[in-house]
Design a protein around this ligand. Sequence first.
Ligand code: TRP
Ligand code: SF4
Length: 433
Amino acid sequence: MERIDPWTTKRIDISKIFKEFGMEKIDPLLEEIPVKHRFVRRRIILGHRDYDKVLNAIHKHDRFAVMSGFMPSGAAHIGNKMVMDEIIWHQEMGGDAFVSIADMEAHAVRGIPLEKCREIGIKEYITSIIALGLKPENAHIYFQSENFRLRDLMFEIGIVTNFSTLSAIYGFSGDTSISHMSSVLAQSADILLPQLKEFGGAKPVVVPVGFDQDPHIRLVRDIAGKLRRFKVELHDGYIRIRNKTADDDLFNELYKRIRGYGRPKMYQKHIDIFGLKDEDLNEVEKIVRQIEMDYGYFGFYNPSSIYHLLISGLTGGKMSSSNPDSYISLLDKPEDGAKKVEKAKTGGRISLDEQRKMGGSPENCSVYELLYFHLIEDDQEVERIKEECKSGERVCGECKKAASILMEEFLRDHQEKRKAVEDTVESYIERLR
Ligand code: TRP
Ligand code: SF4
């Protein structure tokens, strides 16, 4: 099985992740998503793990959360904006929003001093996500290094995580620094944090990420399972609660609580409950999670995730913070942003003549991607641009000009909104001691 390394800039083969890593396609769930963000309508979000649990919570008005993290290693670009948009969108659908600034990761992996991380975190990420529409009074925004609930949780995670697991997922070797490994645990702790008691306990959590971040998700889902005391399984005609790591006290207490449900029978390492319907599974799960929490454990749900395609870089290849020409930063001067669009790689032909005759190729055009991912909300309009490009009616000069104007407008507007919130941003950062 091939490894995906989230720290390199290699492009990845998405069909492979579906096949080999058991990711689900999002299509069957589309109907259920109450607010159809353009990323959903345009199939930019293609994959998920357990997102149905989140949608269920949305429909039943149960509590759920959305969480993601940002490494403060440099400029936030419009690729990072996708995650910001997704957090905001789920907050609007009723989720508790969590935003982590991964300063421990940036410090350990990129060698950036923590004070610098703080500065970058506030300027590039927190200010922008608030300006884009996150309601900060209803969100938890924090730096990893300042969050001691997170750090306690990292330690718990470290107990159930060993080197072989990390090495299998990330290719870590004997030369990998301990803090690099530790930053992976910090990220898992980010993802599990919304389920702690102080945030209302176990609940579905969705993590919006790019496809390249799936290794982290697989790891945290594995960890969430390992931190459970019990496992609930649906069998033919009965529901089984397996005792994974609970002691006798907890196991007996569970049996007492479950007695009113169906006909439970206790064995040495499991309880089978007969006479229930399949739908009762949820209720049983709930009781089991609750008892874990009552006894000081976690009762975690396996975190859910949704996966978006990465927007291409303006120079072709990946949009990467190490190459400023490849991206548009949320802080680029509007004129400079416009210029970058004018210089971007398109799917045009060698000559104007040829393009009029044969049409361009929007599938291979970074300008089209900007329009499709970010700059145009109206589906019919993007569709029209695509058709006009393919027919040769639209050529790159005018098209880039139009896109660059939209980009300039977006940046100007965004930066004005930033100015309006700038002074209050710091007051929303949580320190959890
Ligand atoms: N590792 C992520 C990155 O490199 C950042 C990150 C930190 C994150 N914590 C997270 C992403 C939690 C998703 C969820 O960008
Ligand atoms: Fe891209 Fe527009 Fe040129 Fe088509 S016309 S290739 S969409 S820049």
